[in-house]
Every structure is written in structure tokens, then in C-alpha cells.
Ligand binder design. Sequence first.
Ligand SMILES: Nc1ncnc2c1ncn2[C@@H]1O[C@H](COP(=O)(O)OP(=O)(O)OP(=O)(O)O)[C@@H](O)[C@H]1O
Ligand SMILES: [Mg+2]
Length: 642
Amino acid sequence: MEYEYQSSSPDEKAFVEACRRYAIIFHGLKDGMLEITFKGKMKRYQQLHVLEFDPTRKRMSVIIKNEEGEVYLLCKGAESAILDRVIEGEKQITLQHVNEFATYGLRTLVLAQRKLSEKDIALFDAKLQDARTSLQNREEKLAEVFDFMENELHVLGATAIEDKLQEDVPKTIESLRMAGIKVWVLTGDKEETAVNISYSAGHFKQGMTELRLTKITDSIECAEAVRRHMISAENNFSQGKHNALIIDGTTLTHALYDHGDILRDLCHLCVAVLCCRMSPLQKAEVVKLIKNGKDAPVTAAIGDGANDVSMIQEAHVGLGIMGKEGRQAVRNSDYAFSKFKFLNRMLLLHGHFFYIRISTLVNYFFYKNVAFITAQLFYMFFSAFSQQSLFDSFYLMFYNITFTSLPIFLYSLFEQHTKQSTLLEQPQLYKKITRNRKLTKKYFIQWNALGLWHAVVFFFGVFLMFDGDITFYKDGKMMGNWMLGSVVYITCVLAVNIKLGLETYYWSAPIFFSYIFAFVGNVAMTSLYTGLLWPDLIISHQDFFHLFFVHVSCGPIWLCMILLIVIALLPDILIRCITDIQKTKNDSRRNHILIAKYIAMKMPHSDSTIPLKELSPPETEKFVTTSDDSPQLKSFVQKTNL
Ligand SMILES: Nc1ncnc2c1ncn2[C@@H]1O[C@H](COP(=O)(O)OP(=O)(O)OP(=O)(O)O)[C@@H](O)[C@H]1O
Ligand SMILES: [Mg+2]
């Protein structure tokens, strides 16, 4: 029968499949018996107990009984978790094999067994029963029993499998670095394997100085080593050399608790940090150490296995990969995706877009309310501080609910201030939004100052125009309090919506229609309110009756409103123009660099003839035979990932 063995452990899967090639076929569990065909002969084993894997213990075992009635404990796990418990077998040779495999970056496991006597089994059964039924400290008691049983082992050998990197891992890590994100690798793997994988993943690079803090079991020795590395890291740093720190779980036990601050300083001097042989709890502790540092960075943890859950929960942002190691990481994460390379798109593109959307949304809410309600404050000075409202209660109530809500709502979902390809091609753009840059005091003040300016223009503009003996109507009627409020209000509503339009770069259909829908909806709603005589029970004072129609049907008032909106939005228009000119300049500079590189690549011996750095934009124009949109250039851009 054809079958596929499924397991959350890649080693197990590889092992079972490899055995199959040697005609040792595992058929699964049937009636409580494990069925295995050995070279054509079926054998059955009774599965008595499973001592489950846990990443702190780093090993697991099964207890089985064969057809002859012999009972064995079969154990597999990390070499550090098993070899110390071995009393028989080729211990040294196995260790040598494991180390050799690890230097190739392979994922290793050591296999061992123990034959159990009747006495052992009875003792174990009793202890296990006791631990499993215990109401207090069950986990610890179980760990004690497992520890007791997984002893006096006979080592059988080691397995090694290639733990393939997912596609585009080096490219993703490089992009994150360029985006100013510090990448740390925290793994349960063996030191050699982890270092090797770090090189192949581009986490470590040739030329980096490796600083190793490994296999230190004493706190004082650990402090010494950290201090020593600190000095050499500082020297390297001042000489412009890159440091790469490698630290293992054993050392971290002392370093984290006793010398956390200096360890953190050391880590800050390193461009890459690799923590290996970590338990899940230690992974979380490392995240905590960084999170609570002086500059309180924002942390994100990404993982695919159950052993990553605690760090995913500890970090500000938890990211889960839907991998082969089960769904625990995904279930505990804030965001989940299927491949590591999507991290790039998620952070650099969606992260960037959403940050801009959210920060604009927050600033815009403050701004539009300042622009609106400050007029009421000004009005107090002209109404003898009488608490007379400038705006009708309908206007007051619906300002945030309908008059200025829909466009900003859709903006915060769909806005794309830059082209997607630009954000992905230039990871360094991400630096512009790190550390909550758009919600700093500077931006907050800028937005609110504009809000204040708008309120000044709207209120005093309308007030001065209505002042004196001027009438806007043919019959010579003068303006009243409610009309003043209405003109200020409608001017304000139009201006804050146009202001959002000036902030918008991506005029997608939803955003466009949100403006039309909001406009039609608000006009309809106001007409209904002001045009009908409502029963007293619903609206008792209709001071505003018919006023809206008088207002919107008066040409001179419209002229006045348009003039005020233009005056109020002048600074915004100026800011938008400057930003756009800057953007276009940057884009054209980037295109020139690309073209220069393209030409330099095409020209024979270009390196020696025209140094790239010296090709300034006007010079590149001399060589340009292709337009910026040429297919060759586009494919070059894709290939070089610029
Ligand atoms: N199912 C398993 N059975 C026995 N031993 C295992 C099993 N899974 C992992 N191990 C051993 O325990 C060690 C630690 O496992 P852990 O899951 O914490 O880390 P990892 O899978 O090696 O790396 P990562 O942290 O990157 O997932 C592994 O290196 C391996 O030697
Ligand atoms: Mg794992």
C-alpha cells in the first residue's frame, strides 16, 4: 500500500522514508501495535509509552515491546541531550560524525536505546502513573520521570538531514538589513549547523569578525568573555569592520540574568547575532532583553514551530510561518503567511502603506477637529461669551459621523503614497517611517497648525465678509447667526475634504466614489433636515429651517467660500508641490544611477574606464540610448533587484 508518513519533525519523516528505501517499511499503528515490514517479513511492536518531545529536554522516546516480549526504550534527540546519558556504544565516533555533519550545515539527531528489565518497567509505570495523575506541578514531575528513564543508554548512531532554506531567504534578509532592521537568528540548532546555515542564508557574511560566546558554564567566566568581546567589538567597530556574535543557550543562561546590560551593549555593536541551542523560553528572554533596552526598539519575532511560540508572544509583533512543524506558531501570531520571503512584502510594502495610512488617519482626525471647532472658540469673543453656538446641533453632531468620515475611512484602507515596486526595490525607504516618525511632535504640530490656520481663515474670513452693511441677497436681507455658522461650516467641510484629497496619491475607484457618495449623501441628509417641518417630538426648535437652501442658492456666498478655501489651502498646496518635486527628483536620480549601471555593465572593461560613482546624471544622459521604460532596462532592474 502506498502511503506518505506525515510528521511535524522533518528528521522523523526523512528517517522513515530513508528506511523504506532499505526495505524497512513502517505501516503505522494498528490495534495498538506498530507494524513494520523488515525485508518482506512483518513484525509487530506494542507501543507502551511515548515520552513526548519538548525543546527544553531536546529529546523524545518511545517504549515498545517486541514479539519476543522484550521491552526497549528508544530515544532520539540532540547530541547534547543524549550523549551525556550514554554508557555503552560508539560514543566518540558518533560525536565525531555529528560534528562533521553539522559543519556541512546538516540537521543532526542521535539515536539510542535502553533495554528495560521487568523491574525497570514496573518502577517506571508506577512513577509515570503518579506523575500523570498529579494535580500539582504535573509538568515538572513528568520531566523528572522522563529524565529518570532516559538514562543508561546505548548509543546506536546518528542521522543527518539537509534542512533546506526556503527560497529567497538571503535576498529577504539583505532587504531587511537595508531597511534598517536588525536581524537576529534564534535557533534550537547545534552551533556548527546554525553558523553554517547563517552563512548560507546571508545572515553572516565573509569578512565579518566572529565573536563566540559558547560553552561557558560559569558566570564569572561569562562576564570575562563578554567584556573581552566588548573590547574587540569596539575596536572592530571603530575600524569599520562588522561584528557577528554567536552565543549559545548554555552561555546565555548566565549572560542573560547576570550580565544582561553589557550583553545588550555588545549586541548593539554587532551587525548580526546568532543564538543557538536555545530553549523556547530563552528565545523569549532574548526578545525581552532587547525590548526593554535603553532605546526600546520595536521587536518582531518570526517562527514556524511550537518552540517559537513564546518568543512570538513576547515580541511586539508576532509572525508565524505556516510550515511543516504544525500550526502552533501560526495560531499564536499576529500575522501569518506561508513563506519567509513574504516578510519582505509584508513589512516593506504593506507595513509601510499601513503606517502611512494610520498615521495620516490619526493626524487628520486631530486636524479636522481643530479646523472645525476652533471657530466656535473665536465666536465666543463676538457673542459676549454667551455660550451661543455658532453651529446648528445637526452640524455639530454629524461633522465627524458623516460630513468628514467616508473619504478618510477609505483612504486608510486603500492609499498607496508610492508605487509598490519602488518600495520593494528600495528597502531603505522603510527607514523613513521607523520609530513612529510620522506621529512625532513635529508632524503633530504641523498638522494642527494647519488646522488652526484653516479655522482662522474660515471664521474671520466669513465674519469680515458679513461684517458691515453688506448684503448678499437681492432683497437686501442681512445675514444672521445661523447663516454665519452655516457658511463657516460648509467652507470647513469642503476644505478638510479637499485637504485629504491633497494627501491622497492613489485615486482608486473606492476613494473616488467615497467623495461622490459622501457629497451626495450629506447634501441629501442636510436637505431633509432643513427642508422638512419635523414634529416637535423629534426636533423641537427648527432655527435652521430652509436656511441651507438659502445658503447654497446664493452665488456671492459661493464665491466667498471658494476664495477662503483657496487661501486656507495655499500652504497645503505648497507642501504637496515641494514633496512631489522632491519625489520626482529622487526618482530621476535613481533612474540615472540605474542607467549608469546598465551602461557600465554593457561597456567592455567598464570598470576601468568609467568608475560608476563618477557618472553623474548629466553624464549618463550622454550615454543614454534607451528610454527609462525600455524592456532591457526593466529586466536589468529586476535582475539586479535595484
Ligand atoms: N521530534 C524530535 N525528536 C527528537 N529530537 C528532536 C525533535 N525535534 C528536534 N529535536 C532535537 O532538539 C533540538 C532542538 O529542537 P528545536 O525544535 O528547539 O530547534 P530546531 O528545530 O533545531 O531549530 P529551530 O529553533 O530553528 O526550530 C534539535 O536541534 C534536534 O536535535
Ligand atoms: Mg524546530
